[in-house]
Each structure stands twice: as C-alpha cells, then as structure tokens.
Write a protein that binds this ligand. Structure first.
Ligand code: UD1
Length: 364
C-alpha cells in the first residue's frame, strides 16, 4: 500500500511524527510538505527534533492570502498525486494545506483519509472551520479523535467509514513529554530567544502563553488587552510569538510598559512540552495546546468564544475568555479545578496503531 501524506503547518508536523513512525513499518509513505510554514523554528526544527522523515517533495508555497496559498498548493499537489498514484492521500487537521490536499485528491479520484475528522467550532468565520467541513465532506476514511467528533459527523449525515481512533497528538505528548528533565531547566530557559528585550528573567515559576489566531491578533485593541493581563500575573509569562504577529508585538513592546512578559521566538515541541507541563497555567488561543495542557494536567484559559476540544472544559481544566484583561485575570486567578474530573478523552497514546489497523483492514 502506498500513502501520500500532505503536511504544511507546525501542528501537522507533530501529528505526522507520531503517525509516520508507526505506519512506515508496513506502508510506503510519500511525504509532501507544502511549505505553508517555512521558518526554521516553525518547520525545520520539528523535522530535526522529532526525527520526521525528510519530505519527498517540498512545494515551497510560503505565505499569501488564503486563495493564493491554497491555489498554489492545489496546482502542485495535483501534479504530484497524478504521478505518484497513491492508494490514499492522508491529511491532517484543518489548515489550508489540508483543504488543498482534499480538493486536489477528490477531483482525480484518490481516496482521502482525514486524520482529526469531525471537529467543529460552529464558527464559519474561522478559516479552519471551513477547511475541516469541506475536507470531511470529501473524505473516504474519517479518523476521529473523540466521541464528540463522531457525533458531529453523524449530525451532518456522515457515518460511513468513521472510526474513533483517539488523538494522534496525544500519542505525541506521551512519546515526547519526557524529552527534558527537571535538571534541564537552565538549558531550556537559556534556549529562549527574546524578540525584543524586556529584561524579564524566568526563574522557577512561570505562566505560558501563545496567541496567534487572526480573531485575536488582527485587532490591536484585543491584543493589547490580552497582553495587559499578562502584566498583572504573579509570575513571569513566557510568550513564544508566532511569526504572523511578530512585527506588531515587537512595536507594541518597544513602545514600552511590558515588564512581566518574555516575548521570544517560537520554540521546539519538546521545549514546549517542558514549559507547558511545569507552567503555573497556560493562556492560549491554540487548539493543540489546550489539549496538550489537558493531557499534562496544566490549567488552561482559552482566549476564544468556542473550542473544538469541548472535553477540556469539564472540571474547569480549560475555561474560555473574551480578549478582555479583567476577564482573563479572573479566569486565570479564580477558576477552581475539579481534579477528579479528568479522563482519557483523547485516547491512550496509541491512536497511530489504530490508524494503521484501519488502513490495513484489520479494523472493519
Ligand atoms: C496556520 C493554520 C492554523 C494553525 C496554525 C499553526 C490555516 C488557515 N491556519 O495558521 O489553523 O493553528 O497554522 O501555527 O491554515 N509566517 C512566517 N513564517 C512561517 C509561517 C508563517 O513568517 O514559517 C507568517 C506569515 O506572515 C504568514 C502568517 O505567518 O502570512 C500566517 O501564516 P499562515 O500559514 O497563513 O497561517 P497561520 O496563522 O500560521
């Protein structure tokens, strides 16, 4: 069996690392990197750190508007899929690379396997929601990470070839969580590269924060209110900055007033798990980090109106907040967690094996 896998953005590299390691024992995999993410610390570092096989093709598409980025991927992907003639095209998640892979494959009749199928935020303003609905609609094998995802598909009339395999990102957390030990604190902190000097030093306690969604970063008032909350927390905040926000975060910080936040370059996956598992709390708008925090039992405040990972809300491990300074502080400081309310909603760390069983017909 031959599979052609399309990846392009940071979270997809992590998922592919967990899956490729398992499936390559039995299946021949052609790996295509669209080039959606291309910076060293958004792409190369993951291939190195997580020992992901070198991509067979790198399309080097880079950034652009949604239409341009998706269109350029489509043209190249169709050429490669036509010449490689795989049995399946495998796609992860909900990025523009996912959608391009889906459109290219379905038009030339190559069956699609969608990993992380069935997630919904029910917010069509998010490009990711559009990408995942369209991809699920044309997929032949839908591999869901949770029961909720299976039910979401059922509600849309999609019930054939739907499998709940657990979450491949959960596999990655289990596999890489011990990458650094307590004694590596100095090394991990030393590896943080500030994008602008705020003089903040990280000691034994910190909060972790990431904010990159367009809905939060495209409005300067919102991002200022979010950053304002970080300044009033009782320990320094480590904030790895996504490249899309780097220039205006830098200009905000240079204008002054930020004394509690270390704004740094994006960090590798193992470093992220190190800081996340030991953080006092996490503030984020990332989907993957909400779930990783849940699995590692770190309390999370998500600066969004809704989450696809609704299981994380049980027991208050995760709470939603508007991009408002006081509300974020209230959620961070006053939320009480029910520690007994913690389950393996995302599987047992063996989703990739279940994926392989489905593809090889061992699971009907
Ligand atoms: C994409 C995904 C999002 C995912 C995120 C993970 C879509 C629609 N969104 O968002 O679901 O959560 O990846 O990070 O596909 N840039 C660089 N260097 C890079 C990558 C991006 O400078 O290596 C900058 C560019 O200015 C670019 C901007 O970041 O225009 C946004 O990048 P893009 O890939 O369009 O979307 P993300 O925000 O990364």
């Amino acid at each position: 069996m031959k599979i052609l896998t399309v990846v392009g953005a940071r979270p997809q590299f992590i998922k592919a690392a967990a899956v490729s390691r398992v499936i390559r024992n039995e299946i021949s995999e052609v790996l295509v990197h669209t080039g959606q993410h291309y910076d060293n610390n958004m792409s190369d570092i993951f291939f190195r750190e997580l020992s992901i096989p070198k991509p067979d093709y790198n399309l080097g598409v880079g950034s652009g508007s949604h239409a341009r980025q998706t269109a350029e991927m489509l043209i190249r992907l169709e050429e490669i899929m036509s010449s490689e003639k795989p049995d399946y095209v495998m796609l992860y998640g909900d990025t523009n690379s996912t959608l391009a892979g889906a459109l290219a494959a379905v038009k030339i009749h190559i069956p699609i396997v969608h990993v992380e199928a069935g997630l919904r935020s029910f917010n069509m303003q998010m490009p990711e929601e559009v990408n995942r609905i369209l991809t699920d609609r044309v997929s032949d094998v839908l591999l869901c990470p949770t029961d909720t995802a299976v039910k979401n598909l059922e509600n849309e009339g999609i019930t054939r070839n739907v499998f709940d395999i657990g979450d491949v990102m959960c596999d990655a957390v289990h596999y890489y969580a011990d990458g650094f030990a307590e004694s590596d604190l100095h090394k991990c902190v030393g590896g943080l590269v500030p994008i602008v000097d705020t003089g903040v030093k990280i000691g034994k306690e910190w909060y972790l924060a990431t904010i990159h969604r367009a809905e939060n970063t495209d409005d300067i008032n919102k991002i200022e209110r979010i950053l304002g909350a970080f300044e009033r927390l009782d320990a320094p905040v480590i904030f790895p900055v996504h490249p899309r926000t780097k220039s205006f975060v830098r200009s905000l910080v240079e204008a002054g007033g930020y004394k509690n936040t270390l704004f740094c370059e994006p960090i590798g996956y193992r470093e992220m798990l190190f800081f996340l598992s030991r953080a006092k709390k996490l503030v984020t708008d990332s989907g993957g980090l909400q779930k990783e925090a849940y699995i590692l039992k770190t309390q999370c405040v998500t600066v969004r109106q809704q989450t696809e990972w609704v299981e994380t809300l049980k027991g208050n491990w995760n709470t939603l907040s508007r991009p408002d300074t006081d509300e974020i502080l209230h959620k961070v400081n006053d939320t009480v967690i029910d520690k007994n309310e913690h389950r393996e909603y995302y599987g047992d760390g063996h989703a990739a094996e279940k994926l392989l069983n489905v593809l090889t017909g061992r699971t009907k």
